[in-house]
Design a protein around this ligand. Structure first.
Ligand code: IPD
Ligand code: CA
Ligand code: CA
Length: 258
């Protein structure tokens, strides 16, 4: 699949968004509540606008699904799925885990993903059939054999305060098995850390398509496995996500469903 132009444009959009994030990190003037739990800042708005401008300039007929401005429907077979700033709460508090996430879905299949954290200088990228890369170097998932030897990532949905039971139940089940469990606060990067073999697995419920779209391509191309908590094939529109190195996938499914 020839995606070099798409990759070049998505890369430029991510790097330009990264410049905005770098300029605004620690310098935010406006942090508002989007709803009871979720923040929105000028960084979310400015990065989304910049990314849309860059990709639209090259692909004016393509469709977009973005966190801040929703669905822009044109050609249905080409959809860019974008989270301009994944980890807004971290960003607003000066916690340096955040990223721009840009994915491309062609005919219903995710084929390209870029996740870029400018603060950590981590640029993850993958395209279908071409492998996954961190700053240009190939990455693969870990070879960790057991849940007991694993480091896992997870996340909570913003609805946790109103409806904590299910997510807490899954956390309580999982936390007693691995060497460690971490909650970095950016699902896009969590998935890339599975792809890079830093995390051996990751689970979360209630994510939106833009949180995971790019990351799923990067996990798959790094040799990882994705499913729902029920073990069904994962798409960015699924309600639950389990990502792993493949080896510990079944063990994680058993714990989540036990
Ligand atoms: C959030 C992050 C976080 C996850 C939340 C997401 P945002 O995205 O990915 O890790 O736990 O569920 O909504 O709001 O910072 O773009
Ligand atoms: Ca997000
Ligand atoms: Ca976001």
């Amino acid at each position: 699949m020839e995606l070099s132009l798409e990759l070049r444009v998505a890369r430029e959009a991510a790097f330009e968004a990264g410049k905005i994030l770098t300029r605004l990190f620690g310098q935010l003037k406006e942090v508002r509540m989007k709803d009871e739990m979720e923040l929105i800042t000028e960084a979310d708005i400015q990065t989304e606008q910049k990314i849309l401008d860059i990709i639209r300039r090259q692909f004016p007929e393509d469709s977009f699904l973005t966190e801040e401005t929703g669905a822009h429907r044109r050609r249905p077979e080409r959809v860019w799925i974008i989270d301009p700033l994944d980890g807004t709460t971290n960003f607003a508090h000066g916690f340096p885990f955040f990223a721009t996430s840009i994915g491309l879905e062609l005919d219903g299949e995710m084929v390209l993903g870029i996740v870029y954290n400018p603060h950590m200088a981590e640029h993850f990228e993958a395209a279908k059939g071409m492998g996954a890369f961190l700053n240009g170097n190939p990455i693969t998932v870990s070879q960790t054999k057991t849940l007991q030897e694993s480091l896992l990532g997870f996340g909570f949905p913003y609805t946790i305060q109103k409806k904590p039971e299910e997510a807490m139940h899954h956390l309580a089940k999982m936390i007693v098995h691995p060497q460690g469990v971490r909650r970095p606060g950016t699902a896009a990067v969590d998935l890339c850390y599975v792809a890079a073999g830093i995390f051996d697995g990751f689970w979360e419920e209630g994510l939106m398509p833009w949180d995971t779209a790019a990351g799923t391509v990067i996990v798959r191309e790094a040799g990882g496995m994705l499913s729902t908590y029920q073990g069904a094939p994962y798409t960015p529109r699924s309600q639950t996500i389990l990502a792993s190195n493949g080896i510990i996938h079944e063990a994680m499914l058993e714990v989540l469903n036990g």
